[in-house]
Design a protein around this ligand. Sequence first.
Ligand code: HPA
Length: 266
Amino acid sequence: MEETIEFLRAKTKNFTPEIGLILGSGLGEFADEHCDIAIPYSDIPNFIKSTVKGHKGRLVFAEINGKRVVMMQGRNHYYEGHTMQEITYPVKVMKKLGVKTLILTNAAGAVNETYKPSDLMLITDHINNMGTNPLLGANDETLGERFPDMSEIYKKKLITLAETCAEKLGIKLQHGVYLANSGPSYETPAEIRMARIIGADAVGMSTVPEAIVANYCKMDVLGISCISNAASGVSESSLSHEEVIEVTNQSKSKFKELISSIIQAL
Ligand code: HPA
């Protein structure tokens, strides 16, 4: 960790970000438009490279609307074969760099049948269905406690702030529970029925590990899902990554407007 932090501080001339932003599938463009310094993950000591199409794989530092922001343009996923500890390492790095508020974004399938592709959903809570936990193993007491409380990961004050920003922009928001599966296979219709029964509104393959670690190290978390498709069995059509990227592309202009406004209001 010390090696990573030292490297980043030197590369960024001690840029001290207050906000962290992790950009999901198809949403990386925001970082192209706000880029003061960009560092490929492959250059950063102890970082892992992103292997998924549609994910660029670099850490971007920028001042946006008067706020200092560090962005992950592309994230690492559990389904790539990395460990939970590896995929959440950047969140701990952000914490050490000074980040207080972390905005997590993703593309997700709609379990809730009232949602439409290209809707934006504020994550109110999550269900960890990945079968593992990023905090397994020895605990680093300097970051957080052994048995961290998870009763309000997605802070109500941030949800209210995001609602106010969306209202000003005329953007309609859904609110719901995000369920994470490990992937990489999409769900079966039966798994989606189960997800609905246990209280999920949207389903995806990311975000939850990062949210757990961020909350553990006392960062405030805001989560936004771009609904890219009706989940398995909800509509007749089969699912593809191309469709996910295409639909997120359609919602990316309102997504970018919203993120920019939230950063300003924070
Ligand atoms: N399931 C899982 N992950 C996803 C989906 C989905 O339907 N859409 C986008 N990411």
